[in-house]
Design a protein around this ligand. Structure first.
Ligand SMILES: NC(=O)c1ccc[n+]([C@@H]2O[C@H](COP(=O)([O-])OP(=O)(O)OC[C@H]3O[C@@H](n4cnc5c(N)ncnc54)[C@H](OP(=O)(O)O)[C@@H]3O)[C@@H](O)[C@H]2O)c1
Length: 225
């Protein structure tokens, strides 16, 4: 049966490719963009495009109002900003706070706002696109405070949410897409958006409530938090 997905930051990169592949297989996509006026590629594949800045509570409230009572089967918290390198003394605190607002708070705020829609749907799937850089075990040795701390918080959010929504049958996952050749990943990245997304969608097909709360790679294999 066709599923209805809400994907944040879907105007380019991994989000746009996910919207494309889902549409191709017959699912319905509601995509969000900070600037819907500049989201032609998304317009071409999405049922609806909604304006959303995941770092703004007001924007999230507006987007939830736009959705109204529309049932959603799946949410993909995909929106993200690139890592910024710097030592503790070089750190720009405003930039750090912006990264935390997007990566740490964004998935929590968006999920909370659209939970009534997800409860009306039958898919009961919440995926947060995270990163190995958010894993304490894997990401040692790099100086990306905001991104790493934000993704680590997103991972903990997923694990806590998995416990919280367990009795309702939700599957909540944090997923590392690989190093992907998007604007964020750069041209030298070895994995194309097409490969990353097709692997993630295949893996999601094999994961269920028993896996909820876990952090996995694009193939669905467990990663250390
Ligand atoms: N590429 C990689 O190698 C890689 C690796 C690990 C994890 N990830 C994660 O994968 C996700 C997608 O990244 P990507 O590689 O596709 O990057 P991308 O091509 O740079 O796309 C990022 C998307 O997020 C949106 N965005 C940024 N800030 C936002 C905000 N405050 N509110 C709403 N949307 C916002 C961007 O919108 P605008 O066009 O308006 O800027 C864009 O649509 C991110 O969460 C990223 O951290 C990527």
């Amino acid at each position: 049966m066709a599923m209805t997905w809400l994907i944040t930051g879907a105007n380019r990169g991994i989000g746009l490719e996910m919207a494309r592949q889902l549409r191709e297989r017959g699912d319905v996509v509601v995509g969000t963009a900070r600037d819907p006026g500049d989201a032609e590629a998304l317009e071409a594949v999405a049922e609806r495009v909604i304006k959303l800045d995941v770092s703004s509570e007001a924007s999230i409230e507006w987007a939830a109002m736009e959705l109204g009572e529309m049932p959603l089967d799946a949410l993909v918290n995909n929106a993200g900003s690139p890592p910024v390198k710097g030592s503790i003394t070089e750190l720009d605190l405003a930039e750090f706070e912006a990264a935390m607002a997007i990566h740490a708070l964004g998935p929590l705020r968006v999920t909370r706002a659209v939970l009534p829609n997800l409860r009306r749907g039958s898919g009961k799937l919440i995926v947060t696109i995270s990163s190995e850089l958010g894993s304490n075990e894997i990401a040692q040795g790099s100086l990306y405070y905001g991104y790493k701390m934000g993704k680590a918080a997103a991972n903990m959010f997923t694990s806590t949410l998995g416990t919280d929504l367990k009795s309702e049958g939700f599957t909540c996952l944090a997923m590392h897409p690989g190093w992907v050749s998007t604007r964020m990943g750069g041209e030298q990245a070895p994995v194309t958006p097409e490969e990353s997304v097709s692997a993630m969608l295949k893996a999601l097909g094999g994961l269920g409530p028993g896996d909820s709360g876990s952090f996995v790679d694009r193939f669905g294999e467990g990663l250390a938090y």
